[in-house]
Design a protein around this ligand. Structure first.
Ligand code: ZN
Length: 79
């Protein structure tokens, strides 16, 4: 599961976009979902997503998680 606290640190220079298995890392997918991926990484990630179903599914899961997380934050602000 994605660690939003870690992601928010935006440790981009420590982060590698690809895992050893050759897929996009969760961190990179998370940043991409948040539109926080540096421009130089966006094309690379998009190109991989366009030909990798595995990462597309991961990316969808992360986006769903982020929208749930944001909805939860929103509803907690109402109180
Ligand atoms: Zn992949």
């Amino acid at each position: 599961m994605v660690n939003l606290a870690y992601m928010s640190e935006k440790r981009l220079y420590d982060m590698s976009i690809f895992t050893k298995a050759g897929h996009v890392s969760e961190e990179a997918l998370g940043l991409h979902a948040l539109s926080d991926l540096p421009e130089s990484g966006v094309g690379t990630v998009e190109a991989h997503l366009s030909r990798c179903r595995h990462c597309r599914l991961d990316f969808k899961e992360i986006r769903d998680f982020i929208s749930l997380f944001r909805a939860a934050v929103k509803s907690s602000e109402v109180h």
